[in-house]
Design a protein around this ligand. Sequence first.
Ligand code: IDP
Ligand code: MG
Length: 218
Amino acid sequence: MATERTYIMVKPDGVARGLVGEIIKRFENKGFKLIAIKMLQADEALITKHYEEHIGKSFFPKIVKYILSGPVVGMVWQGKGVVAYGRVMLGKTDPLKSEPGTIRGDFGIDSGRNVVHGSDSVESAEREIKLWFPEGVVEYPRVIDSIIYEWLDGTPDNEDKKNDGEVSNTNETSDHPSKSTTTTTVQEEEKESSKPNKDHPSKLCCFPLRVKNKPRKQ
Ligand code: IDP
Ligand code: MG
């Protein structure tokens, strides 16, 4: 569902190497939506809670020391399939086993300096988001979603589209533009639009349809 969320964190080595922008760019380019971001110096209690599944493992003290070594940039990204695909974008835990083109494959060598964290399941993501962003995330409609997602190209006609885009979606994090009181839906735009051809490419993009050309002053 387009409301799926993941916790992505640039680790201290990634921040120190100036990779924050590069990592944000990759998630933005893919089409995922940033709904929370902050830089912080995590303390031992927070890191221990974050990595609680690894308590007792040989590398646990090293990972705590690693994340304590400098500020991190925590982010919440939203979008259809963002948890699993976020992990694909990160690469494997060991950067030397990660494909080129992945973040860890392109920017890391050691597992203990693998630049970035990403939630490994929807459940972990929700737990980590609560842990790192107890203040919550920012919800806002994004007009480019009507270009990125097929479900906004007209009336949903199958289950997938229903799950992803119906206005009746009860998930509180729904990012369908129709949730906004100030945004009209593509369907409403079409009624108002003077373009009768339903298959016209301009139908894919609601933003230009809202722009009214003002006559130029001579
Ligand atoms: P993941 O980040 O790919 O989900 P996990 O197994 O959850 O990997 O491990 C958490 C983090 O602990 C890794 O990202 C890595 O930084 C570190 N880590 C995992 N295994 C090792 C290891 O064998 N040596 C050093 N650090 C490790
Ligand atoms: Mg993990």
